[in-house]
Design a binder for this molecule. Structure first.
Ligand code: F6P
Length: 367
């Protein structure tokens, strides 16, 4: 096992949770930097599942990453390692003999497998869920470095996560394209963007895309305030409006819209479109941007951030700084304790400069 970096021979990399543009850039940077240290690098497929399922469809769950394997991947979306949102080794879903689903803790098997494979450190690339798992495994003895990934940008310890700016770019482009069709038909368009419990994507893409109303989980909305904004624009001859709603936004005193009991968000655009049409009498159309925000090539910002995070993770291992997560703080990439990184999610503050400035311009937050 790692001893302050001096005895490192072999490291592993995995990607967990929802994918985000830039994952391949981190894998490439970490692999090349590690190979340059003279270390061996192993890739683990589908989070930790590759360790638990040694072979699936003729593919090894754990395999060597060399320079050839990571060549030409920094601009590609997705992850060459695959990922899963159902791979928590502390509570893996399994079918019981009676047909019902139960959960089983296989975390000890992960620790044993890492010892058997003589892996000195793991670079775990993930969002809050995956970093919580990484932290729990670290507490059981696994030497881990976390790399913060998520389009939601909701990790507190880092100024920004990679993938976020690409998602903002995709959403901004989509919102921008709606202006002409909304204006041509004198309609209200309601665009639902991702972000889970936070409104980062909605705020940044809504402002950049020229939205008239932005709804985020941090600011419960009042339907009548949204209708008021739409009517006010009509009175000024602006007979169309664009509403950007974060998927987790909710009405004051009400609940967010969920797809099902699992807690997955969905439905806010349909719900709002119906309500706004009834209240304003204006034709209103919903649009759900969905996974297009996560797909495709990372923009330059995310490619470079991914590169910096991957290289920094290798520096952390070399310096023996384990149980940490690399984080962008100002101009620097630093290592912060994993426990601190996962302690709380980062929400849009009500006095956020973007929000305050947008309000000055007349953009409504539905409150
Ligand atoms: O966390 C990233 C994210 O894209 C969220 O914005 C969204 O709520 C969720 O994942 C969607 O999850 P899934 O890919 O399982 O539908």
């Amino acid at each position: 096992m790692a001893d302050g970096g001096r005895g490192i021979r072999r490291i592993a990399i995995n990607t967990g949770g929802g994918d985000a543009p830039g994952l391949n850039g981190v894998i490439r940077a970490a692999t090349l930097a590690a190979l340059n240290e003279g270390w061996e690098v192993l890739g683990i497929r589908r989070g930790y599942m590759g360790v638990l399922e040694p072979e699936v469809d003729g593919e090894a769950g754990v395999f060597p990453l060399n320079a050839h394997a990571v060549r030409g991947i920094a601009h590609l979306g997705g992850t060459i390692l695959g990922t899963t949102t159902r791979g928590n080794p502390f509570g893996l879903e399994v079918r019981q003999p009676d047909g019902t689903w139960g959960k089983v803790d296989r975390s000890d098997e992960i620790i044993e497998a890492f010892q058997r494979l003589e892996i000195d450190a793991l670079i775990a690339i993930g969002g809050d869920g995956s970093l919580n798992i990484a932290h729990a495994l670290h507490r059981k003895g696994l030497p881990v470095i976390g790399v913060p990934k998520t389009i939601d940008n909701d990790l507190r310890a880092t100024d920004v996560t990679f993938g976020f700016q690409t998602a903002v770019e995709v959403a901004t482009d989509a919102i921008g394209r709606l202006h002409s069709t909304a204006e041509a038909h004198q309609r209200v368009m309601v665009v639902q963007v991702m972000g889970r419990h936070t409104g980062w994507i909605a705020v940044e893409s809504g402002i950049a895309g020229g939205a008239d109303v932005i709804l985020i989980p941090e600011i419960p909305y009042h339907l009548d305030r949204i209708a008021e904004k739409v009517r006010e624009r009509d009175q000024h001859g602006r007979r169309f409006s664009i509403v950007v709603a974060a998927e987790g936004a909710s009405p004051a005193g009400g609940q967010p819209s969920y797809v099902d009991a699992s807690g997955r968000y969905g439905g806010i655009a349909d719900r709002l479109a119906e309500e706004i049409e009834i209240l304003t009498g204006k034709e209103t159309r919903p649009l759900v941007l969905g996974h297009i925000q996560r797909g495709g090539s990372p923009i330059a910002y995310d490619r470079n951030l991914a590169m910096r995070f991957g290289a920094a993770a290798v520096r952390c291992i070399k310096e023996g700084s384990l149980g940490t997560m690399v984080a962008l703080q100002g101009a620097h990439v630093r290592a912060v304790p994993l426990a601190e990184a996962i302690s709380e999610i980062k929400r849009v503050p009500l006095d956020d400069d973007m929000v305050v400035s947008a309000r000055q311009l007349g953009i409504s937050f539905g409150d």
